[in-house]
Design a protein around this ligand. Structure first.
Ligand code: NAD
Ligand code: UDP
Length: 314
């Protein structure tokens, strides 16, 4: 048994980590400021005597005794991380320093949830971990992209300077049940629009691509990485199956049987043109690859949002 700290534990991905850790018999401290997180995601864990919830902002230091830290606190959707960009940078820089300081003091293993956004608008395709990226340092996405890049740098410097036991994962677009209804990312937006028979909002001409990983596959990769000895990463975790955004819109209309029509809206500034993970390293070092096909993952996500909407109507 270990005592785990999950920062951002009330968020989409963090809530799955809390759940899995409890199922494995561990003690879990979930730390969240509820900026984008929701109690609904962890309500089913509250009765467990091994679960503890702390409302706390990671830009402030905190003293805890833990064995492993899953550092996931940070808004992940562009509309949320751009809402207060300075706060996003503080969360990534000061928050990561605080968590690394904690890891150093108690000799905990710490994992950083980094992102495919460190590759920016990539000129190498698909993206291997060795690619340094093509990031605009002064654009609207920089608070997140550069924030995560500095967070990675901090992890590496604490590792080299203080021998902190670190893990870096670069997560590519992940979707599934428990994404917030106001999340604003493409999968939840399109599903909600389709279920409400509203226009599907495709930004640009929809020819930009993303590769979508189902949450269960990601969680599997996260724990394989956390348990791996002698491998600090960074490692890409994502599904290499790549789709245009227009293909995704059509697929979701199909799967929901919706009457929605596609509406084209302006492409946001610095929106990456293409994205696909090279997962050779994850396959070699972790024996990991995603298993859930897009249709299967979308159907269970659609079912989740159908339930959320029906509860809202009541
Ligand atoms: P999310 O927005 O659902 O969860 C983030 C959680 O962090 C929320 O519960 C939020 O309230 C909390 N939080 C934010 N700032 C905080 C602060 N200062 N102090 C304490 N808590 C704070 O997002 P998610 O999709 O679950 O993403 C989790 C992590 O994974 C993030 O670090 C994100 O950058 C990374 N990531 C996610 C994806 C993806 O596709 N979902 C892709 C790449 C990276
Ligand atoms: N997108 C879209 N309509 C939406 C939301 C997003 O066309 O309602 C596009 C967005 O411009 C981007 C892609 O879908 O090209 C993925 O966007 P998301 O915000 O999900 O993630 P990210 O851009 O961070 O990969």
């Amino acid at each position: 048994m270990e005592r785990a700290l999950v920062t951002g534990g009330a968020g989409f991905i963090g809530s799955y980590l809390c759940e899995h850790l409890l199922n494995q018999g561990n003690e879990v401290i979930c730390l969240d400021n509820f900026f984008t997180g929701n109690k609904r995601n962890i309500l089913h864990l509250m009765d467990n005597h091994r679960f503890e919830l702390i409302r706390h902002d990671i830009t402030q230091p905190i003293l805890l005794e833990v064995d492993r830290i899953y550092h996931f606190a940070c808004p992940a959707s562009p509309i949320h991380y751009q809402y207060n960009p300075v706060k996003t940078i503080k969360t990534n820089v000061m928050g990561t320093i605080n968590m690394l300081g904690l890891a150093k003091r108690v000799k905990a293993r710490i994992m950083l949830a980094s992102t495919s956004e460190v590759y920016g608008n990539p000129q190498v395709h698909p993206q291997p971990e060795s690619y340094w990226g093509n990031v605009n340092p002064i654009g609207p996405r920089s608070c997140y992209d550069e924030g995560k890049r500095v967070a990675e740098t901090l992890m590496m410097d604490y590792y080299r300077q203080s021998k902190v036991d670190i893990k870096i994962i670069r997560i590519f677009n992940t979707y599934g049940p428990r994404m917030a209804i106001n999340d604003g990312r493409v999968v939840s937006n399109f599903i909600l629009q389709a279920l409400r028979n509203q226009d599907i909002t495709v930004y640009g001409d929809g020819s930009q691509t993303r590769s979508f990983c189902y949450i269960d596959d990601l969680v599997d990769g996260i724990f394989k990485m956390m348990d791996a000895d002698d491998f600090i990463g960074p490692v890409n975790l994502g599904n290499p199956q790549e789709f245009t955004i227009l293909e995704l819109a059509e697929k979701i209309i199909d799967l929901t049987g919706s009457r929605s029509k596609i509406k084209f809206l302006p492409l946001p500034e610095d929106d990456p043109v293409q994205r696909q993970p090279d997962i050779t390293l994850a396959r070699e070092k972790l024996g990991w690859e995603p298993r859930v096909q897009i249709d299967e993952g979308l159907v269970s996500t659609i079912q989740y949002f159908e339930k959320v909407l029906s509860e809202e109507d009541r």
